[in-house]
Design a protein around this ligand. Structure first.
Ligand code: SAM
Length: 315
């Protein structure tokens, strides 16, 4: 099956049958993974000028998006999607879609299609109608290296980091980490990342790596630097002290307009030990501040990723 390129649609709600596709506009190619910041974006009024209030009496209902579903690339078969039972259950029982209803299928690796639920004889299939495109990825690759907080706090970290555009999440156990994750945790976090990708209309599902010791991550970095001179901007959140603010560091990096990937590392509730900070600095991590208050381990990633998005999505 050949993707047809991107087609923008105006979607409106048919109140008895859910969401339908209404009109077609321009055709584009699928987006490159790492866009340069000033690359063309869809036309939108980005000025801060006050808007005219909506006249709800005269305006049509606002556009509504089709529901989204992440599929595996191997589910594609000659213009069709072979749905697995859990996906059928989600589409038919949870979303209450019926034969002929449309949804957006996405492979989590940059491709998405409008698909239609097939007739009863082929109940486990959806037919692909056309490829679509979106501009919802950050123009720079960001890896969040996050020490596991206690309880289920990492679920929120995964969900929010995905919404904010992270490319990869590396859960780490640091010297003061209290949680020892069970083997099923990574699968759960990956499912949460899938859901958050659908919700935030991204095209790429972040990869959730297997949890490793923070020291192991630092050793891997040291080894990588022996064989590769590909630069990475590495920032280590340190809650106290006189480190420069992450915003200053990002602005300096942005002014050179380099799309060097970013690692941002956030510690556990008890913070990094002095030894961990020293070892991280030794492999190129820059200690940074996220402001004058002590943020929780689940809040700090949100602040760091919001700053990255604000700096890199600025026109
Ligand atoms: N108990 C630690 C202390 O008193 O210094 C605070 C740890 S904080 C709850 C958890 C992690 O969030 C820290 O290790 C750091 O990575 C990050 N963090 C929290 N607030 C921060 C800030 N203001 N600046 C930079 N990083 C921060």
């Amino acid at each position: 099956m050949t993707p047809i390129g991107g087609i923008h649609h105006v979607l409106t709600r048919n109140w008895s049958r859910g969401v339908i596709l209404k009109t077609e506009q321009s055709v584009e190619s699928p987006p490159a993974r790492a866009m340069m910041p000033d690359q063309a974006k869809p036309d939108r009024d980005r000025s801060c000028a006050p808007r005219q209030p909506l006249n709800l009496a005269n305006d049509r209902p606002p556009p509504v998006q089709l529901q989204r579903l992440v599929i595996q690339p191997n589910q594609l078969d000659d213009g069709h999607i072979l749905l697995v039972p859990s996906q059928l259950h989600y589409l038919q029982r949870v979303l209450r879609l019926r034969q002929g209803d449309r949804f957006i299928a996405m492979d989590g690796q940059g491709q998405a299609w409008v698909a239609v639920l097939a007739a009863k004889a082929h109940e486990s299939q959806a037919e692909i109608l056309e490829a679509i495109t979106a501009h919802t990825e950050l123009p720079i690759r960001v890896t969040l290296v996050a020490a596991l907080p206690k309880g289920s706090g990492f679920d929120e970290v995964v969900r929010q980091a995905t919404e904010l555009g992270v490319d990869q999440i590396l859960p780490v156990m640091s010297d003061r980490t209290l949680l020892n994750p069970s083997a099923q945790k990574r699968d759960r976090w990956q499912r949460i990342a899938n859901e958050a990708t659908e919700q935030s209309e991204r095209l790429y599902v972040p990869h959730i790596a297997e949890p490793i010791a923070f020291g192991h991550h630092l050793q891997q970095e040291a080894d990588r630097q022996q064989i590769s001179d590909a630069p990475i901007q590495k920032y280590l959140g340190v809650a106290r002290g006189t480190s420069p603010h992450l915003l200053e560091c990002l602005q300096a990096g942005r002014s050179s307009d380099s799309t060097t990937p970013i690692y941002v590392a956030i510690g556990p509730e008890g913070g990094w030990t002095d030894t961990e900070v020293k070892q991280a600095i030794a492999v190129g991590y820059q200690p940074i501040s996220l402001g004058d208050r002590i943020l929780r381990a689940v809040t700090a990633p949100v602040v760091a990723l919001s700053l990255i998005a604000a700096v890199w999505e600025r026109r």
